[in-house]
Design a protein. Structure first.
Lengths: 111, 117
């Protein structure tokens, strides 16, 4: 079965510093990987996806993610964090028609 | 493109009552998905439609749950005889039509928060 794991429940980073939110995956076949962000009492907003091609994927709001096949990872990154980036981040993998989500990582950016 | 909309945004009901939620997908998206999200967890897949056909159902979708998409546009999710364990956020998503270069990015609505007392 397709699955993703987010090993950190919480990530704290100072404003202006680079941030990384980790995700590892377990799939059979080629992975279709996604990152979404959720703000309080809101639905999920799509950030970026990896289907094929370049291992570095650029997305919305200055976020990017690096696909690493040997480490089965798809970590989300941003060079300089903003306080407004504070939210809940979900990694997901496509499994048949559905998305299978990780448990989420709460990012807190401190001014 | 007005995004995926869901109604109501909040629903409080008593145990044993039936509830129905509505989802309006992005115009011309022919795939529509339902997920459930409980506190501290990621969304869990319930079911999805392609046009009016229900193509996949999760084991989470017990016989008290039913979803429809009669004309291939909006969808409803009904929960009969609600239980306290049904309290959750119910999320709807839609994705563009399959075709060349299709990658099935799902776009989510704001969700309906259900509280069963």
């Amino acid at each position: 079965a397709q699955s993703v794991a987010q090993p950190e429940d919480q990530v704290n980073v100072a404003e202006g510093n680079p941030l990384t939110v980790k995700c590892t995956y377990s799939v059979s076949g080629n992975p279709y990987l996604f990152w979404y962000v959720q703000y309080p009492n809101r639905g999920l907003q799509f950030l970026l996806k990896y289907i094929t091609g370049d291992n570095l994927v650029k997305g919305s709001y200055g976020f990017e993610a690096e696909f690493n096949k040997s480490q089965t990872s798809f970590h989300l990154k941003k060079p300089s964090a903003l306080v407004s980036d504070s939210a809940l981040y979900f990694c997901a993998v496509r499994s048949s028609g559905a998305l299978v989500f990780g448990k989420g990582t709460r990012l807190s950016v401190i001014a | 493109d007005t995004g995926v909309s869901q109604n109501p945004r909040h629903k409080i009901t008593k145990r044993g009552q039936n509830v129905t939620f509505r989802c309006d997908p992005i115009s011309e998206h022919n795939r529509l998905y339902w997920y459930r999200q409980t506190l501290g967890q990621g969304p869990e897949f319930l079911t999805y439609f392609q046009n009016e056909a229900q193509l996949e159902k999760s084991r989470l979708l017990s016989d008290r749950f039913s979803a429809e998409r009669p004309k291939g546009s909006f969808s409803t999710l009904e929960i009969q005889r609600t239980e306290q364990g049904d309290s959750a956020m119910y999320l709807c998503a839609s994705s563009p039509n399959p075709g060349p270069g299709w990658t099935d990015t799902q776009y989510f609505g704001p969700g309906t928060r259900l509280t069963v007392l």
